[in-house]
Design a protein around this ligand. Structure first.
Ligand code: PHE
Length: 339
């Protein structure tokens, strides 16, 4: 009997199983009620009394060894079964993707970066505004259509609480708060009561610039904008200023750049004119300076405002404005390599 036990002990210690089924066969062979170990326990009663103690110990040793071995093998399998579940072979080998910056943020940062090289720093104002800062201080006539509910979002029908329609509202706040010289950029979101389509949205983003000092001239404005256009769209870019009208600037202009797709030769993008419009600008109207407590006999200044979506469209040829607010990763991922 002792020989048999020792032989089984050796056997048990060397057990291997290639899979769960083999393991189960081994368990049945050694540990089931009719298995090797049990049958030895059955035979135990035939063992001579004086040997019982020694054989009993050996038998227990065998039983434990068999149980330990089977558990050990089982654990090895359940471990690998587990890791089988964790390894999804259909997954791509790419490392986990980090998020990307939104194209509007990329372009906004670029605009800010370019103007920061010529001394502009950032200021911000509220999106929910009052009539004075958005319209009144900026020389809008009382009956100006922008004050109409069709164009502007008012909060709870109150004509004095509204969503700013342009970042020029920050001009009125900064001029009222600070002494010139003022050289500031105002990036921010603006709201207009427009039906949403590929070409218009009820909110979009602007970056406004304001420079107030002694002897600021239109030539200074033109120089700053030309520098910006070349930095943003390439050294070959040309600009042209067309006379325009804004209540808060006089004279006012709209700036076009030579079409960055066809280089000015004319294509469907620039409607065969060779030029595309990118911003509005002008010399700050003396009335506006006075409204904000700045002496218009001492100081003059320029202002400009551009749509971030517009510049982004030009740079990346995004055809539909709605893409910017839909958060479709297939769109956003395309800007991954941009800084
Ligand atoms: N606020 C104007 C707009 O929203 C842009 C602008 C800003 C024009 C500053 C002139 C000066 O269209």
């Amino acid at each position: 009997m002792k020989d048999r036990i020792n032989q089984l002990l050796q056997e048990v210690n060397q057990l291997v199983a290639a899979n769960q089924e083999e393991l189960e066969t081994l368990r049945i062979k050694y540990l089931s009620k009719k298995g090797e170990v049990s049958s030895l326990f059955n035979d135990f009663r035939h063992v001579a009394n004086e040997e019982k103690r020694e054989v009993g110990q050996l038998l227990n040793e065998l039983k434990n060894a068999a149980q330990d071995k089977i558990t050990e093998l089982k654990e090895a399998f359940s471990g690998s079964a587990d890791s089988d579940q964790k390894t999804d072979l259909t997954r791509s080998a790419d490392p986990v993707k980090l998020g990307t910056r939104h194209p509007l943020s990329l372009v906004k940062r670029e605009i800010i970066d370019i103007f920061s090289h010529i001394g502009f720093t950032i200021a911000e104002g509220p999106e929910i505004e009052d009539d004075w800062h958005v319209f009144g201080a900026l020389n809008f006539a009382p009956e100006h259509p922008a004050r109409d509910m069709q164009d502007t979002f008012f909060i709870e029908q109150n004509p004095d609480v509204l969503l700013r329609t342009h970042t020029s509202s920050v001009q009125s706040r900064i001029m009222a708060d600070q002494e010139p010289p003022i050289r500031k950029l105002f990036p921010g979101r603006v709201f207009r009561n427009e039906a949403i389509s590929a070409r218009a949205h009820c909110f979009f983003h602007q970056v406004e610039g304001l420079y107030i000092d002694k002897d600021v001239s239109f030539a200074d404005l033109k120089q700053a904008l030309m520098y910006f256009a070349k930095e943003m769209f390439g050294a070959k870019t040309e600009i042209r200023l067309r006379p325009s009208y804004f209540p808060f600037t006089e004279p006012s202009a709209e700036m076009d750049i030579s079409c960055n797709l066809c280089g000015g030769k004319g294509c469907s993008f620039c409607k065969h004119t060779g030029w595309v419009e990118i911003l509005g600008c002008g010399m700050v109207d003396p009335n506006v300076l006075e409204n904000c407590g700045i002496d218009s006999n001492v100081y003059s200044g320029y202002a400009f405002g551009m749509g971030v979506e517009r510049i982004t469209n030009l740079k990346y040829q995004v055809k539909d404005l709605r893409m910017f607010s839909e958060n479709d990763v297939r769109f956003l991922e395309q800007f991954e390599s941009a800084h």
